[in-house]
Design a protein around this ligand. Structure first.
Ligand code: CO
Length: 669
């Protein structure tokens, strides 16, 4: 800090009665959104936020991020919670601190651009339900995708925070595309749109400390709105980046409460408070008060979520991010997807293919949804391309991107890939150059019509408009028209304790016979995180002759003997480890015969996922390669082509079904 203003540390008081700093650093807390999205698969329940809500309100945060991003999706899909209700409930406990949400521009809280009428009503309802700050970003940094939502944010009298997604193609900031000029120009564009603040959104933890210093200095010089830094910890740089950003004059920084901090989340608030204590950027926060919140989170809340921690390594940082300039969440999604497809051994090919696909697709920033679009296409290329033919299975989202439906890419899309992707594309083979939502027909009235008699108010209708399949399912649970499945029920502290006991028993001698001659690991092995007291094990479980067996237990902290047994052990369901994970597939054996008496060519699911639509019915004729079924896997839609020409003899699935890899979907003969 150039103008150090240290108060004598001997007289320093940790509590918040110390003298106010000249220019206190403002802090936004992300515990209730990005924190649990990054570490606990966005599974945080409202009831687990309430015990600390009032204490959080007393900290003095500039804002609390409590909504948006993946919360809307996860809540209705996996938690049987009404996303709108969360804002209203938290508002009853948090009365002083403004609420912030992550808005994906025209993608809202979904994974595609929605029509203008849906975008307008969504923002209006979010504001009405209690949202104050709209942190708005576009995955391509194409601000034409802000043109619909920003006037509504302003009309509602709310704060428009414009984001610049931070990304790079080189190991450090620079190069032809994402250099300092790029960021300064983007900031100027946001200021011109009326941004109340400007956020550098570093979703991958890529901003190196000295690059942060340079950008923030430049932005403070070039634009008036306050500058906000959102930098994930993933690579391990963000604490250093925060300090350099503070020195460069950043106005607001994002942190989490320490139990929700680090790893792929954000640096914790507590060390930052201490770092700045007594300086001219002192936050003024009471560290003892923060400790009180932590104690409740650690003891009463986190035991319920610990099993979700995707934590197969001892290291809490991911140096792959430094090596590949790729978001950690995206990398863990790729690993999960490969694991589900029994192809984890091909991860190095995926790393090599990733920069090629990204370049082909116009060097897009890697953030939801472009990180998934690039990631899934990369996996598809590695798994399904044959010989010289590339892009054999192109996802519908890549086709949309090539058409221009997400906006303008930073560099030109590879014309060959674009041509192949748009061959037979439903909207046309010639890409558009206008603002993407201009080609979208209004969607709201049709959505309202679809859920007539089920939806009670506009908020219900929006849930359906954003997520037709899972949204409708949720509305049926909400209004008692369908029984919610047991897996959406909350997990209690007792459940967590019970599972630990079961595993403990299983590991004891009377239940598990330890075998010296362990069988070799097969390729259907699945990995579980198991916690026994303070010990943490990685357990490989493999189906053998119908009953699950533990085929290895790897101690991750304390050394224990390797256990292997032919004994069935009850175990917790596998964690859906990633924030963007696909619905859990039915656990039917992949090779189960469909219905016995139909001969013909079976068409099976190349990957686990959910059926979006069945384009053909029994009796229809199809050509080889013609789209028969649309399967959603890892949020990407894949049109599955017929394996042979002929007639559809049987269809075994319908829209909304979850399917396992290899499950027969229909028969063609
Ligand atoms: Co984030």
């Amino acid at each position: 800090m150039s103008d150090h203003d240290q108060v004598k540390m001997t007289k320093m008081n940790y509590a918040n009665d110390r003298p106010k700093a000249k220019n206190p650093l403002k802090v936004e807390d992300l515990t209730f959104r990005d924190g649990h999205q990054s570490l606990f698969a966005t599974r945080g329940r409202t009831e687990d936020m309430i015990p600390v809500a009032e204490m959080m309100d007393d900290v003095g945060f500039w804002a609390m991020e409590v909504w948006g991003g993946a919360t809307f999706d996860t809540m209705h899909r996996f938690l049987n919670e009404d996303p709108w209700e969360r804002i209203r409930t938290l508002k009853r406990y948090i009365k002083k601190t403004p609420f912030s949400m992550l808005l994906r521009g025209q993608n809202l809280v979904g994974y595609r651009n929605y029509a203008d009428d849906v975008a307008e009503i969504f923002v209006e309802r979010a504001a009405e339900n209690g949202m104050d700050i709209f942190r708005t970003f576009d995955a391509l940094n194409d601000y034409r995708n802000f043109e619909t939502v920003v006037p509504v944010i302003k009309k509602c009298g709310k704060h428009f925070q414009g984001c610049i997604c931070y990304t790079m193609t080189e190991p450090r900031m620079g190069g032809d595309v994402y250099n300092l000029d790029y960021y300064v120009n983007k900031a100027k564009a946001l200021e011109a749109m009326g941004a109340d603040s400007i956020c550098i959104k570093d979703m991958a933890g890529l901003v190196a400390p000295y690059d942060a210093y340079e950008i923030i200095k430049a932005l403070k010089k070039s634009v008036k709105p306050p500058i906000h830094l959102h930098s994930h910890f993933t690579s391990g740089m963000s604490s250093m980046t925060h300090l350099k950003a503070v020195e460069a004059g950043v106005d607001i920084i994002d942190t989490c409460m320490s139990p929700y901090a680090y790893r792929t989340s954000h640096a914790a608030i507590e060390p930052l408070v201490m770092t700045l204590l007594g300086t001219n950027r002192d936050t003024g926060f009471d560290i003892k008060h923060l400790a009180g919140i932590n104690e409740i989170l650690e003891k009463e809340i986190l035991p319920k979520y610990r099993h979700l921690l995707n934590d197969t390594k001892v290291s809490i940082i991911d140096i792959n991010v430094l090596l590949h300039q790729t978001p950690g969440g995206m990398l863990s999604n790729l690993v999960n997807q490969l694991r589900e497809m029994d192809a984890l051994d091909r991860i190095d090919e995926v790393y090599a293919e990733l920069p090629r696909v990204r370049k082909d697709l116009g060097q897009v920033p890697l953030v939801t949804p472009t990180s998934q679009i690039v990631g899934i296409q990369t996996v598809n290329n590695v798994l399904f391309d044959e010989g010289k033919e590339r892009y054999k299975m192109i996802t519908d989202q890549v086709k949309d991107l090539c058409y221009g439906l997400y906006g303008k890419t930073a560099t030109q899309i590879n014309p060959d890939v674009q041509k192949k992707a748009l061959k037979g594309y439903s909207r046309g083979e010639k890409p558009i150059t206008c603002r993407p939502a201009e080609v979208l027909e209004p969607e709201l009235e049709k959505a309202k019509e679809d859920v007539k008699g089920l939806a009670v108010d506009i908020d219900d209708e929006i849930i359906y408009a954003l997520y037709p399949i899972t949204g409708k399912k949720f509305l049926k649970w909400k209004y008692g028209k369908e029984e919610p499945p047991p897996e959406v029920l909350p997990r209690t502290l007792e459940d967590a304790e019970k599972e630990r006991e079961i595993v403990k028993k299983a590991l004891a001698d009377e239940l598990v016979e330890r075998k010296k001659d362990a069988p070799s690991k097969g390729d259907t092995i699945r990995t579980f995180n198991v916690f026994v007291d303070e010990d943490y094990f990685e357990v490989g479980v493999e189906e053998q002759g119908g009953s699950p067996v533990i085929s290895y237990v790897q101690p991750m902290q304390a050394p224990v003997p390797t256990v292997s047994a032919q004994q069935a052990v009850p175990s917790a369901p596998p964690p859906s480890a990633s924030a963007e994970s696909a619905p859990v597939a039915k656990s039917e054996p992949a090779s189960a015969p469909p219905s016995g008496d139909v001969d013909g060519t079976p068409m099976s699911a190349p990957m686990p996922g959910m059926i979006i639509s069945v384009e053909k019915k029994v009796g229809d004729s199809v050509e080889e390669g013609e789209a028969v079924i649309v399967l959603e896997a890892m949020k990407m839609e894949n049109a599955l082509g017929a394996p042979a020409s002929g007639k559809i003899l049987a269809v075994h699935v319908e829209s909304g079904d979850s399917v396992a890899k290899g499950e027969v979907l229909c028969i063609i003969g």
